[in-house]
Design a protein around this ligand. Structure first.
Ligand SMILES: [Fe+2]
Ligand SMILES: [Fe+2]
Length: 266
């Protein structure tokens, strides 16, 4: 069960004068990635076949992610009446599909898969926190606050299920985190950016890596040192390390460097 619905949002508070163009382009893009969550549910169902408690949780999780897409899409259509979530989703799905698996985890084990899911939810929770703090438009602020709370809960969900499986050890967990962080998702994000902001009858062809660079750069500029530090703490916990001390300082320094670099490339 989702913790909120679209009816809990006060859409009448929308203030067109406070819409930022860059945030609008980012919101349209993330609406598509969220709305496509069914593909990830199918992947997790194959990887966790037979684990009834996890499969039930994965269904609820997928429904919440789809609701994120619906809420962001509705806001984007308010801010830009020319935007239609279903049309944009059609463009997105025509260009991109998550790679079909063979039923196994691409991470090598269920425990490793759950660590990788914690990395993804760390990314989404920090992203929506940064978006919430940057947003001036009150409805977007309210939506992103609710989504950020969901994403923190998703991180905890995957961490809790991770405790039901034998731990994979810190070196292996560190490898999963590093690998997942290095996979920038350029194909997916680039296609989502294109479908959300460029695609149409006269549009030039999609250049996924260039579009992903634009998207990642605009997003990176939203992060404050506080957002970065909170994300690094979550990654350290996912590895099984203390979320403070030298590891936190070093991790935060490195991640702030990545964000500055991405922001400069956009
Ligand atoms: Fe989400
Ligand atoms: Fe999530």
């Amino acid at each position: 069960m989702a913790h909120w619905t679209l009816d809990d949002i006060d859409w009448s508070a929308f203030d067109a004068g406070k819409v930022d163009r860059n945030l609008l382009a980012i919101v349209k893009t993330s609406a598509l990635v969220e709305a496509n969550a069914a593909d990830y549910v199918a992947y997790l169902e194959a990887v966790f076949a037979g684990d009834a408690p996890f499969l039930a949780a994965a269904q609820d999780w997928g429904a919440e992610e789809r609701q994120h897409g619906a809420a962001l899409g509705r806001w984007a259509a308010l801010a830009d009446p020319g935007f239609d979530l279903e049309t944009a989703l059609g463009h997105f799905r025509a260009g991109y599909a998550i790679p079909a698996g063979d039923g196994g985890s691409v991470r090598g084990s269920r425990a490793a898969e759950l660590v990788a899911r914690q990395v993804v939810e760390t990314g989404t929770s920090s992203f929506y926190s940064a978006l919430r703090d940057a947003a001036q438009e009150p409805v977007l602020k309210a939506i992103t606050a609710r989504i950020a709370a969901d994403e923190f809960r998703h991180y905890k969900l995957f961490a809790d299920h991770g405790r039901r499986y034998a731990r994979i050890g810190r070196p292996a967990a560190l490898k999963v985190v590093a690998t997942r962080l290095a996979e920038t998702g350029d194909e997916e994000l680039g296609w989502a950016w294109y479908a959300a902001n460029i695609a149409g009858p006269e549009a030039p062809p999609c250049r996924p890596r260039a579009h992903a660079r634009t998207y990642n750069g605009l997003v990176a500029r939203l992060y404050t040192p506080g957002h970065v530090e909170s994300g690094v703490r979550m990654l350290l916990r996912a590895i099984g390390l203390s979320p403070r001390g030298p590891a936190l300082a070093a991790g935060s320094l490195a991640m702030r460097g990545v964000m500055r670099w991405r922001g400069a490339l956009a």
